[in-house]
Design a protein around this ligand. Structure first.
Ligand code: CDV
Length: 314
């Protein structure tokens, strides 16, 4: 009997800084209902889906910063989303800014959670690859300060067996790194869930930035194909506080083919049936990792952080 799960990418249009959480959660619930109406069993919301993408600003006032963070999940404002998902029997992924106070220390993470169809949090992931800088960069109209606001995630890349599949999570910039997918593939992942906020001017070099949509798709398709996994990738899109965030939320099959893609930069749901046995075919043939990988030649990947070139010639 073939195994499958009906997946949805629930893209969000822009969120203004002044938008109250309550309003944002109402939008999430409306997307959840639409996805459910179209048969979805698992809905993927974006990275930092409850607020505007605040790492574009350099803020110093701790109270102002704290306002973007969740101290509990669900909290009073997010509980209605959990309740509605449970009522509908739909699982979901959502990204948010987490203010953790474990062992008495306050730590900030860019986090996502996986909630099953009974409304239980079954997995938590904290973003490993934080892009940008830890201090404002002179001469830039828009900053990217994730290294200032967040600590790198401390969970690695776990996967969970839930809702009839093995699922992993990552967040935005993680999707550009082959290590992200491969570590999850080595744990048998069948679906990777990812939310993103990607401004179309993130390097400030037009030649590079004009390829932002292409690089998003290239990373997702390569990650899916090379690791025999479905990828459900969801954007926060549109003109948000003067920053243009790309859309193109998509669902990619283990073949690397895009099977559904958003066509707007607004709130939008795309759905696709994810046949989990499609991944098995790839895993048993061209990407049979246990048969074909040669890890003894891959040591540098974990031993060395950045490139060291051979000495100059002559
Ligand atoms: N939120 C992100 O991680 N955004 C990055 C941008 C800065 C390039 C991304 O990789 O899409």
């Amino acid at each position: 009997m073939s195994r499958s799960i009906m997946g949805a990418a629930a893209q969000l249009g822009p969120i203004a800084r002044s938008d109250p959480r309550k309003e944002v959660v109402a939008r999430l619930i409306s997307l959840l209902r639409e996805a459910h109406g179209r048969g979805a069993e698992l809905v993927v919301f974006p990275e930092l889906a409850l607020t505007t993408f605040f790492p574009r600003w350099y803020l110093e006032d701790p109270a102002e910063i704290d306002a973007f963070f969740e101290t509990e999940m669900p909290g009073p404002e997010t509980l209605p989303l959990f309740e509605e998902a449970k009522r509908l029997g739909v699982g979901f992924y959502i990204g948010y800014a987490e203010l953790a106070s474990e062992s008495g220390a306050r730590q900030r993470f860019n986090t996502s959670i996986l909630v099953d169809r009974a409304g239980r949090i079954v997995g938590k992931y904290r973003k490993v690859h934080l892009p940008g800088y830890d201090a404002p960069q002179p001469g830039r109209t828009s900053q990217h300060l994730e290294k200032y606001y967040f600590q790198p995630g401390d969970f690695g890349f776990p996967v969970w067996r839930t809702m009839g599949a093995v699922m992993g999570m990552c967040i935005c910039n993680d999707r550009r790194w082959p290590e992200t997918y491969r570590v999850m593939a080595l744990q048998g992942t069948e679906i990777i869930l990812v939310g993103y906020n990607t401004p179309d001017d993130h390097t400030g070099d037009f030649d590079f930035d004009s390829l932002t949509g292409f690089h998003n798709q290239l990373s997702l398709q390569a990650g899916a194909y090379q690791n025999s996994t479905w990828v459900i990738a969801t954007a926060k899109a549109g003109l948000e506080e003067g920053s243009r965030l790309i859309g193109n939320s998509m669902i990619v099959a283990p073949s690397g083919q895009v099977v559904a893609m958003a066509t707007s930069t607004h709130d939008e749901v795309v759905v696709a049936r994810c046949d989990l046995d499609l991944g098995t075919l790839y895993r048993k043939t061209i990407f049979d990792l246990a048969r074909h990988r040669e890890p003894r030649h891959y040591g540098l990947i974990v031993e060395r952080k950045g490139p060291v070139s051979p000495p100059e010639e002559g």
